[in-house]
Ligand binder design. Sequence first.
Ligand SMILES: Cc1cc2ncn([C@H]3O[C@H](COP(=O)(O)O)[C@@H](O)[C@H]3O)c2cc1C
Ligand SMILES: O=C(O)c1cccnc1
Length: 346
Amino acid sequence: MHIHIPAVGRTLEAELRRKVDRKTKPPGSLGRLEELALQLGLIQGTLSPRILAPHILVCAGDHGAAKAGVSAYPQDVTWQMVENFLAGGAAINALAHTAGVELVVADAGVAHDFGPCPNLVDAKVSASGTANYLDGPAMSTEQCAQAMANGARVARDLAVRGCNAIGFGEMGIGNTASASLLTHCLTGAPLVEVVGRGTGLDDAGLARKHALLEQALAAWPERSGEPLDVLARFGGFEIAMLAGAMLAAAEGGMVLVIDGFIVTAALLVAARLAPAILDYCVFAHRSGEPGHAVQLAHLGTRPLLDLGLRLGEGTGAALAFPLLGAACAFVNEMASFESAGVSDKS
Ligand SMILES: Cc1cc2ncn([C@H]3O[C@H](COP(=O)(O)O)[C@@H](O)[C@H]3O)c2cc1C
Ligand SMILES: O=C(O)c1cccnc1
């Protein structure tokens, strides 16, 4: 994938700040919404930012390692939840709906034949999910590139449909384990700090997951620090698809709304390939999965919400979208001290 992501230009910064500061409120009193408005204005290169046709892209994929016991749930939950997304019954359906955000669900490599399914984006790289990284690479270099290209295609299609902000979500049993390995390899944080309970492992399950992931690292003695090598070795198809979608979305000047631990693992890969992507990212929330705090600290960022969510699917991103709308609304709709005839500080 050939990607060029320019850093967001700062020429409008002073003017945007002045516009925000002239609104009928004490300076800084809208807190994080003011920073958000500034960021959105700079990304869009305008004094009047707008969120248009927002979407959440949920990428789903299966993990060979799931059968080794890295999750509290069986692998079949991945395809069953995809069916649930399509039927409108999952948490992300409810939260996207209430936020006024459209949902797009993509099969990046789920081990299931969905049959003809008009509402499911077919981006299947393999009909059996990834290989088990305890035995070798989860995917080939070609499969990894294919998954990333599929993500880029979907992001560009959304842009053509008038969307200028994408929230990212995922579904894949075992993918917190994959995200832990990626995070360890790409941030250098000790594995123990980035392995968590995922869907709800008990203490014995957590110890087993940690031991399996140590084994996975030991099975790759020639370990490379290159982000695409790490992604192919330990990634999921949904994670690779997300990384590709994020890169294309930022290249297209869109706003990227980043969800929890797995989505941020995909971003770690993307940010190593194109560091300026971070200018386009709004970090929606801090997940309860402990490795997410490590990722956020590594990226030097602070998320908008801290609600103790640990679900994924893009649920945190859906909850953050109304804040993006609020940031645009105050910049575009509030009066200034001058226009409203309100006295400023003397
Ligand atoms: C019913 C159900 C719905 C979900 N929706 C998202 N996830 C979340 O849990 C999975 C990751 O956790 P682990 O690595 O422990 O398997 C992902 O599929 C993620 O999106 C779910 C998990 C379950 C069980
Ligand atoms: O932070 C997340 O996205 C997350 C945490 C646990 C399980 N699934 C997703």
